[in-house]
Write a protein that binds this ligand. Structure first.
Ligand code: DGY
Length: 324
Protein backbone atom coordinates (compact mmCIF):
# COMPACT_ATOMS: atom_id res chain seq x y z
CA UNK A 1 0.00 0.00 0.00
CA UNK A 2 1.25 3.50 -0.74
CA UNK A 3 -0.44 6.72 0.34
CA UNK A 4 -0.16 10.27 -0.92
CA UNK A 5 -0.51 13.09 1.61
CA UNK A 6 -1.38 16.51 0.17
CA UNK A 7 0.91 18.33 2.63
CA UNK A 8 3.32 17.74 5.51
CA UNK A 9 1.60 16.22 8.53
CA UNK A 10 2.77 15.52 12.12
CA UNK A 11 5.11 12.60 12.72
CA UNK A 12 2.62 10.81 15.01
CA UNK A 13 0.57 9.62 12.05
CA UNK A 14 3.51 9.26 9.67
CA UNK A 15 5.33 6.91 12.05
CA UNK A 16 2.26 4.72 12.53
CA UNK A 17 1.90 4.26 8.79
CA UNK A 18 5.59 3.60 8.17
CA UNK A 19 5.65 1.07 11.03
CA UNK A 20 2.69 -0.66 9.40
CA UNK A 21 4.71 -1.07 6.20
CA UNK A 22 2.94 1.67 4.26
CA UNK A 23 4.93 3.82 1.83
CA UNK A 24 4.10 7.48 2.49
CA UNK A 25 4.70 10.26 -0.04
CA UNK A 26 4.03 13.86 1.00
CA UNK A 27 3.51 17.02 -1.08
CA UNK A 28 6.22 19.36 0.16
CA UNK A 29 5.41 22.58 -1.71
CA UNK A 30 3.91 25.54 0.21
CA UNK A 31 0.82 25.67 -2.04
CA UNK A 32 -2.11 23.33 -2.76
CA UNK A 33 -1.52 20.52 -5.25
CA UNK A 34 -3.04 21.70 -8.56
CA UNK A 35 -6.16 19.66 -9.43
CA UNK A 36 -4.69 17.96 -12.54
CA UNK A 37 -1.48 17.10 -10.75
CA UNK A 38 -3.38 15.63 -7.82
CA UNK A 39 -5.15 13.25 -10.19
CA UNK A 40 -1.89 12.24 -11.87
CA UNK A 41 -0.16 11.65 -8.53
CA UNK A 42 -3.09 9.71 -7.05
CA UNK A 43 -3.15 7.40 -10.08
CA UNK A 44 0.19 6.15 -8.75
CA UNK A 45 -1.12 5.66 -5.20
CA UNK A 46 -3.57 3.37 -3.41
CA UNK A 47 -4.79 5.88 -0.83
CA UNK A 48 -4.96 9.58 -0.11
CA UNK A 49 -4.74 11.75 3.01
CA UNK A 50 -6.50 15.03 2.26
CA UNK A 51 -7.45 18.22 4.14
CA UNK A 52 -10.32 20.68 3.77
CA UNK A 53 -8.42 22.75 1.19
CA UNK A 54 -8.32 19.85 -1.30
CA UNK A 55 -11.17 19.68 -3.79
CA UNK A 56 -12.28 16.06 -3.84
CA UNK A 57 -15.04 16.48 -6.42
CA UNK A 58 -16.74 14.23 -8.97
CA UNK A 59 -14.02 14.85 -11.54
CA UNK A 60 -11.26 13.78 -9.13
CA UNK A 61 -13.18 10.78 -7.79
CA UNK A 62 -14.07 9.48 -11.24
CA UNK A 63 -10.44 9.72 -12.34
CA UNK A 64 -9.22 8.10 -9.11
CA UNK A 65 -11.94 5.53 -8.47
CA UNK A 66 -9.22 2.95 -7.69
CA UNK A 67 -8.43 4.62 -4.32
CA UNK A 68 -8.94 2.21 -1.43
CA UNK A 69 -9.58 5.04 1.03
CA UNK A 70 -9.52 8.82 1.36
CA UNK A 71 -8.63 9.80 4.92
CA UNK A 72 -9.42 13.46 5.50
CA UNK A 73 -7.25 14.92 8.26
CA UNK A 74 -10.08 17.15 9.55
CA UNK A 75 -13.46 16.62 11.13
CA UNK A 76 -15.26 18.54 8.35
CA UNK A 77 -15.55 16.98 4.90
CA UNK A 78 -17.62 19.51 2.95
CA UNK A 79 -14.82 19.61 0.31
CA UNK A 80 -15.59 15.99 -0.62
CA UNK A 81 -18.39 14.83 -2.92
CA UNK A 82 -19.64 12.16 -0.53
CA UNK A 83 -22.43 10.89 -2.76
CA UNK A 84 -20.02 10.26 -5.62
CA UNK A 85 -17.44 8.64 -3.30
CA UNK A 86 -20.10 6.29 -1.93
CA UNK A 87 -21.28 5.42 -5.45
CA UNK A 88 -17.69 4.53 -6.34
CA UNK A 89 -17.36 2.62 -3.04
CA UNK A 90 -14.50 4.75 -1.79
CA UNK A 91 -14.59 4.93 2.02
CA UNK A 92 -14.07 8.44 3.35
CA UNK A 93 -12.61 8.92 6.83
CA UNK A 94 -12.33 11.96 9.10
CA UNK A 95 -10.91 12.83 12.54
CA UNK A 96 -13.85 13.31 14.94
CA UNK A 97 -13.59 14.15 18.64
CA UNK A 98 -9.87 14.85 18.94
CA UNK A 99 -10.16 18.50 17.92
CA UNK A 100 -13.30 19.41 19.88
CA UNK A 101 -11.52 20.91 22.89
CA UNK A 102 -8.98 22.92 20.90
CA UNK A 103 -11.65 24.31 18.58
CA UNK A 104 -13.97 25.23 21.46
CA UNK A 105 -10.98 26.95 23.13
CA UNK A 106 -10.76 29.21 20.09
CA UNK A 107 -14.51 29.97 20.19
CA UNK A 108 -14.17 30.85 23.88
CA UNK A 109 -11.08 32.98 23.25
CA UNK A 110 -12.80 34.83 20.40
CA UNK A 111 -15.84 35.51 22.62
CA UNK A 112 -13.63 37.08 25.31
CA UNK A 113 -11.46 38.98 22.84
CA UNK A 114 -14.49 40.47 21.12
CA UNK A 115 -16.21 41.33 24.40
CA UNK A 116 -13.15 43.43 25.39
CA UNK A 117 -12.16 44.52 21.84
CA UNK A 118 -8.73 42.99 22.41
CA UNK A 119 -7.15 43.26 18.96
CA UNK A 120 -8.41 46.83 18.50
CA UNK A 121 -6.86 47.80 21.86
CA UNK A 122 -3.61 46.12 20.90
CA UNK A 123 -3.57 48.04 17.61
CA UNK A 124 -4.11 51.28 19.56
CA UNK A 125 -0.87 50.69 21.48
CA UNK A 126 1.00 49.92 18.26
CA UNK A 127 -0.39 53.16 16.79
CA UNK A 128 0.89 55.17 19.79
CA UNK A 129 -2.69 55.89 20.95
CA UNK A 130 -2.43 54.64 24.54
CA UNK A 131 -2.88 58.09 26.06
CA UNK A 132 -4.99 59.93 28.63
CA UNK A 133 -7.09 57.70 30.94
CA UNK A 134 -10.77 58.20 30.16
CA UNK A 135 -13.11 56.13 32.40
CA UNK A 136 -15.80 56.22 29.72
CA UNK A 137 -13.58 54.88 26.91
CA UNK A 138 -12.40 51.39 25.91
CA UNK A 139 -15.47 49.77 27.46
CA UNK A 140 -16.31 46.19 26.64
CA UNK A 141 -19.24 44.04 27.75
CA UNK A 142 -19.27 41.40 30.51
CA UNK A 143 -20.28 37.78 30.04
CA UNK A 144 -21.31 36.73 33.56
CA UNK A 145 -24.82 35.26 33.66
CA UNK A 146 -25.45 36.06 29.99
CA UNK A 147 -27.10 33.69 27.51
CA UNK A 148 -24.99 31.60 25.14
CA UNK A 149 -26.79 30.36 22.03
CA UNK A 150 -25.20 27.42 20.22
CA UNK A 151 -26.05 26.78 16.59
CA UNK A 152 -25.20 23.10 16.02
CA UNK A 153 -24.71 21.29 19.31
CA UNK A 154 -22.27 18.52 18.41
CA UNK A 155 -19.07 17.69 20.27
CA UNK A 156 -17.47 21.11 19.72
CA UNK A 157 -20.65 23.03 20.58
CA UNK A 158 -21.01 21.03 23.78
CA UNK A 159 -17.40 21.81 24.78
CA UNK A 160 -18.03 25.53 24.23
CA UNK A 161 -21.28 25.35 26.24
CA UNK A 162 -19.46 23.62 29.12
CA UNK A 163 -16.68 26.22 29.20
CA UNK A 164 -19.14 29.14 29.17
CA UNK A 165 -21.31 27.56 31.85
CA UNK A 166 -18.31 26.82 34.11
CA UNK A 167 -16.45 30.10 33.58
CA UNK A 168 -19.29 32.62 33.48
CA UNK A 169 -22.40 30.80 34.68
CA UNK A 170 -23.90 31.46 31.26
CA UNK A 171 -27.37 30.09 30.48
CA UNK A 172 -27.24 27.76 27.50
CA UNK A 173 -29.77 27.61 24.70
CA UNK A 174 -29.21 25.81 21.41
CA UNK A 175 -30.69 25.05 18.03
CA UNK A 176 -29.95 21.71 16.45
CA UNK A 177 -31.56 19.10 14.24
CA UNK A 178 -32.45 17.14 17.40
CA UNK A 179 -32.62 18.02 21.11
CA UNK A 180 -29.69 16.71 23.19
CA UNK A 181 -30.59 14.94 26.44
CA UNK A 182 -26.95 15.10 27.53
CA UNK A 183 -26.82 18.90 27.19
CA UNK A 184 -30.14 19.24 28.97
CA UNK A 185 -29.08 17.00 31.88
CA UNK A 186 -25.50 18.17 32.31
CA UNK A 187 -25.90 21.89 31.61
CA UNK A 188 -29.63 22.60 31.79
CA UNK A 189 -29.33 23.61 28.13
CA UNK A 190 -32.62 24.38 26.42
CA UNK A 191 -33.47 23.45 22.84
CA UNK A 192 -35.05 26.49 21.11
CA UNK A 193 -36.27 27.43 17.64
CA UNK A 194 -33.87 29.22 15.30
CA UNK A 195 -35.86 32.46 15.71
CA UNK A 196 -35.63 32.20 19.47
CA UNK A 197 -31.88 31.50 19.28
CA UNK A 198 -31.45 34.73 17.31
CA UNK A 199 -33.59 36.81 19.63
CA UNK A 200 -32.34 35.52 22.98
CA UNK A 201 -28.57 34.95 22.57
CA UNK A 202 -26.09 37.42 24.07
CA UNK A 203 -23.39 35.35 22.40
CA UNK A 204 -24.34 33.23 19.39
CA UNK A 205 -21.70 30.64 18.54
CA UNK A 206 -21.80 28.59 15.33
CA UNK A 207 -20.63 24.94 15.49
CA UNK A 208 -22.60 23.17 12.76
CA UNK A 209 -21.23 21.33 9.75
CA UNK A 210 -21.47 23.09 6.38
CA UNK A 211 -24.36 21.50 4.49
CA UNK A 212 -26.99 22.66 1.99
CA UNK A 213 -29.16 23.47 5.01
CA UNK A 214 -26.59 25.57 6.88
CA UNK A 215 -24.94 27.30 3.91
CA UNK A 216 -25.53 31.08 3.98
CA UNK A 217 -27.77 30.59 7.03
CA UNK A 218 -26.83 33.82 8.83
CA UNK A 219 -27.98 36.71 6.65
CA UNK A 220 -28.80 40.37 7.31
CA UNK A 221 -32.35 39.35 8.17
CA UNK A 222 -30.99 37.03 10.91
CA UNK A 223 -28.60 39.65 12.27
CA UNK A 224 -31.48 42.16 12.40
CA UNK A 225 -33.31 39.80 14.77
CA UNK A 226 -30.36 39.60 17.18
CA UNK A 227 -29.79 41.88 20.19
CA UNK A 228 -27.80 45.05 19.43
CA UNK A 229 -25.48 43.93 22.25
CA UNK A 230 -24.97 40.41 20.82
CA UNK A 231 -21.66 38.83 19.81
CA UNK A 232 -21.56 36.48 16.80
CA UNK A 233 -18.87 33.75 16.82
CA UNK A 234 -18.10 31.33 13.98
CA UNK A 235 -15.37 28.67 14.23
CA UNK A 236 -17.15 26.17 11.94
CA UNK A 237 -17.17 27.23 8.27
CA UNK A 238 -17.12 30.71 6.73
CA UNK A 239 -19.91 29.93 4.26
CA UNK A 240 -22.42 29.49 7.09
CA UNK A 241 -22.65 33.26 7.51
CA UNK A 242 -22.98 35.78 4.71
CA UNK A 243 -19.84 37.88 5.07
CA UNK A 244 -21.20 40.97 3.32
CA UNK A 245 -24.32 40.89 5.50
CA UNK A 246 -22.25 40.43 8.64
CA UNK A 247 -20.12 43.44 7.70
CA UNK A 248 -23.26 45.52 7.16
CA UNK A 249 -24.78 44.31 10.45
CA UNK A 250 -21.63 45.36 12.33
CA UNK A 251 -21.33 48.67 10.49
CA UNK A 252 -24.93 49.62 11.26
CA UNK A 253 -24.58 48.39 14.88
CA UNK A 254 -27.30 45.75 14.46
CA UNK A 255 -25.05 43.55 16.64
CA UNK A 256 -22.20 44.41 19.04
CA UNK A 257 -19.37 42.39 17.56
CA UNK A 258 -18.07 39.27 15.85
CA UNK A 259 -15.28 36.75 16.26
CA UNK A 260 -14.38 34.57 13.28
CA UNK A 261 -11.90 31.74 12.89
CA UNK A 262 -13.39 30.97 9.49
CA UNK A 263 -14.09 33.32 6.59
CA UNK A 264 -15.47 33.19 3.08
CA UNK A 265 -13.27 33.00 1.08
CA UNK A 266 -10.21 31.68 2.89
CA UNK A 267 -7.65 33.10 3.11
CA UNK A 268 -9.26 36.47 3.88
CA UNK A 269 -7.81 39.42 1.96
CA UNK A 270 -5.70 41.77 4.12
CA UNK A 271 -7.86 44.66 2.84
CA UNK A 272 -11.12 43.19 4.21
CA UNK A 273 -12.95 45.94 6.18
CA UNK A 274 -13.84 43.47 8.95
CA UNK A 275 -10.18 43.40 9.99
CA UNK A 276 -10.23 47.08 10.97
CA UNK A 277 -13.50 47.08 12.93
CA UNK A 278 -13.08 47.68 16.69
CA UNK A 279 -15.48 44.95 17.81
CA UNK A 280 -14.23 42.27 15.43
CA UNK A 281 -11.53 39.65 15.92
CA UNK A 282 -10.47 37.43 13.02
CA UNK A 283 -8.17 34.40 13.18
CA UNK A 284 -6.81 32.39 10.23
CA UNK A 285 -8.69 29.08 10.78
CA UNK A 286 -6.58 27.85 13.71
CA UNK A 287 -9.29 25.97 15.64
CA UNK A 288 -7.43 22.66 15.69
CA UNK A 289 -3.93 24.16 15.52
CA UNK A 290 -2.23 22.86 18.65
CA UNK A 291 0.71 20.46 18.70
CA UNK A 292 -1.33 17.89 20.64
CA UNK A 293 -4.48 18.11 18.52
CA UNK A 294 -2.76 18.04 15.13
CA UNK A 295 -0.76 15.02 16.34
CA UNK A 296 -4.00 13.24 17.27
CA UNK A 297 -5.62 14.18 13.96
CA UNK A 298 -2.69 12.64 12.08
CA UNK A 299 -3.04 9.52 14.24
CA UNK A 300 -6.71 9.07 13.35
CA UNK A 301 -6.01 9.63 9.65
CA UNK A 302 -3.20 7.04 9.84
CA UNK A 303 -5.50 4.54 11.57
CA UNK A 304 -7.97 4.93 8.71
CA UNK A 305 -5.22 4.26 6.15
CA UNK A 306 -3.84 1.27 8.07
CA UNK A 307 -7.29 -0.33 8.39
CA UNK A 308 -7.87 0.05 4.64
CA UNK A 309 -4.44 -1.43 3.91
CA UNK A 310 -5.51 -4.51 5.89
CA UNK A 311 -8.80 -4.74 4.03
CA UNK A 312 -10.89 -3.95 7.09
CA UNK A 313 -13.54 -1.28 7.61
CA UNK A 314 -11.95 2.06 8.51
CA UNK A 315 -12.64 3.15 12.12
CA UNK A 316 -13.58 6.81 11.48
CA UNK A 317 -15.92 6.40 8.56
CA UNK A 318 -18.29 9.10 7.28
CA UNK A 319 -19.96 7.22 4.40
CA UNK A 320 -21.01 3.72 5.61
CA UNK A 321 -22.79 3.15 2.28
CA UNK A 322 -19.35 2.84 0.63
CA UNK A 323 -19.22 -0.64 2.15
CA UNK A 324 -22.77 -1.73 1.38
C1 DGY B 1 -11.75 20.63 10.59
O1 DGY B 1 -11.23 19.66 11.16
O2 DGY B 1 -12.74 20.51 9.88
C2 DGY B 1 -11.09 21.94 10.78
O3 DGY B 1 -11.81 22.98 10.24
C3 DGY B 1 -9.71 21.91 10.19
O4 DGY B 1 -8.78 22.39 11.10
Amino acid sequence: MNVFVTRLIPTTGLKLMVDAGIVVNQWKEPYDVPADELIQICKEHDALISVGQDKIDKNFLTACSHLKVIAQMAVGFDNIDLIEASKLRIPIGNTPGVLSRATADVSFMLMLMVSRMATFMYRKILDGKWGFYDPTANLGVELYGKTLGIYGLGKIGLEMAQKCSNAFGMNIIYHNRNPSLLADRSLGAKFVSFESLLGRSDVLSVHSALTEETKNKFTLECFSKMKPTAIFINTARGSIHNERDLTEALRSKMIWGAGLDVTNPEPMQASNPLLMMPNVVILPHIGSATIETRGEMSRLAAENIIAASRGIKIPYLVNPSAYS
